[in-house]
Design a protein around this ligand. Structure first.
Ligand code: GLN
Length: 218
């Protein structure tokens, strides 16, 4: 990219899962955002979010649409990536007992490690690298990150697992910031993509239904 060139929007992989919620959060921090369904739509992005959903389904769709190869190539050319929950599973080097998918960050994940959908939960914790105030976290049939390699920085460790980590080009969170009023992780990722963003930690206008209105105020 030449100096002063438009850095481009952040894309959200739009095959299955929590796409609109991420697009809504990106718009709330003032970042251009668009859904990505095809490999050609990876061109010109500042970064790409792989949302939560169902990782087996997402892995199959990535393969059917040749997006697995295209994302690996774009990442090799410098595209920053953020995987939330199922997205983190897809980005992991190791998926315990299963075949890894994209293998783009040196972590091991254990799928559904908290139990069934009924064992989903919310909590609030401090993540000093990301926000000045505690962040609400939503875990939905989440994986645990059970190992982080030497080049991986742990952003949040809880009990016996890692909940958020990154290397220079990939961010992974096992929870869903896009389902809370917190903008902190989206701001953090936008900065990782080279965008200058001055959004607040929290958007008081956000509601769980906001994404249905395309980001309009309630
Ligand atoms: N349990 C899902 C999986 O293993 C992930 C759930 C989510 O993304 N919230 O793919």
């Amino acid at each position: 990219m030449s100096a002063g060139a438009d850095p481009g929007p952040i894309g959200v992989l739009d095959l299955q899962g929590g796409v609109q919620e991420h697009l809504d959060h990106l718009r709330r921090i003032g970042v251009a955002a668009r859904p990505v369904k095809r490999a050609t739509e990876l061109v010109g992005l500042a970064g790409l979010i792989i949302p939560g959903g169902e990782s087996t389904c997402l892995a199959r769709l990535l393969h059917i649409f040749d997006l697995d190869t295209a994302i690996r190539t774009a990442h090799g050319q410098g595209l920053p990536l953020w995987g939330t929950c199922a997205g983190a599973i897809l980005l992991a080097h190791e998926n315990v007992g299963e075949t890894p998918c994209l293998d783009l960050i040196d972590i091991a994940v254990s799928r559904n490690a908290f139990g069934s959908q009924l064992d989903s939960f919310n909590c609030e914790v401090a993540v000093p690298a990301v926000a000045a105030t505690p962040i609400p976290l939503t875990f939905i049939r989440a994986p645990k990150i059970v190992r982080a390699g030497a080049g991986v920085r742990v952003l949040l460790s809880l009990e016996d697992y890692i909940a958020a980590a990154e290397d220079d080009q990939v961010l992974v969170t096992v929870f869903h910031p896009e389902l809370t009023p917190s903008l902190a992780f989206h701001r953090y990722f936008a900065r990782k993509c080279g965008l200058s963003v001055n959004a607040a930690d929290v958007d008081p206008d956000w509601t769980p239904q906001s994404w249905m209105r395309g980001g309009a105020a309630p």
